[in-house]
Design a binder for this molecule. Sequence first.
Ligand code: FES
Length: 363
Amino acid sequence: METAIPQRTLLSRLNAVWAPPAVLDFWLSRLNPLWSWDQARARVVERRIEAEGVTTLVLKPNRHFRGFRAGQHVNVGVEIEGVRYTRSYSASDRPNADGRLRITVKAVQGGKVSQHLQAIPVGSVLSLGQAFGELAVPNDAAPCLLLAAGSGITPMLALVNAQAENGFAQPVRLACWARARAELVQAAALRALAASHPNFSVHFMLTGEAARAADEREGRIEPGHLAALLPGDEQAHVLACGPHGFVERARELLGERCLSFQAEAFSPPPRLVDASDQGRVRVTLLRSGRTLDIARNKSLLEALEEQGVTPRHGCRMGICNTCACVKPEGATRHLHDRGIQHEPTQALRLCMHAAQSDLSLEL
Ligand code: FES
């Protein structure tokens, strides 16, 4: 015989089943910090020091992480003294059968997150974004030149390891610039790889120390370095990663020697700001219903933060897309090429644009 369930009981049961993810996440994370209804998270399962001020974290993601390719980045979120921070890091190894993700973090002077991650306890849980980025070794027989300065070495390590897995089907030459020998990351492993694969070579460029080994040279990127890496009139696919100035210098020096040139700079190009950018405009935040006066000469992200609004963000330099939001009306100005955009857009990167006129945002 069927028994009727009172409507109020039924609704409360349904609510229990269809509780909003934020509520579910709260309770799931109480049971296990790695558990979530729909968010990617990862546990730190190993931490090792790679070089002076450089640490690799081995992360075990939960089932919501959809994987990555060598050369891609992820956004990593961490809470420090009650404040949540997000930063982008490259995977520093190719995908492995263990499903783990390695990121290699260089301590930045005054960098809260990079300093915190140097000593984060094994067992800690971090929030994780899905992988993004297009850096990849072109799949043909032409030589490939990988140029890395400072932390730019991290995606290159992943790309080299992915090529090693294929037995270096095409010639790969890696050149790494660092101030001192003690800052070189995985130098011994790279040298061992070069010794066992004729199609792979590694070159270390030291900007603050004398060269001592056959594979070491001195100085910042200059034509002599590149002539040694790409002799005669040989051409190559070039991938460069480092500060903006380094990447642009590589592009300029290699010019027509490049079959293709892929670049990733981890410092943004200089901003183009002039006297006409002074003043303030009114921005309406459609979700919260707030209206604010913000500066026109700062990125929208900085200008909003100045007013106590904290939009989601990661890299703060236009790479990760985390800060993208809908702009239904108003004009914005690109901070690096001064291009004005009047049209509504679904994905305005707040870190790359300043307000040109009064505008509204879906925040
Ligand atoms: S914060 Fe990464 S694109 Fe704006």
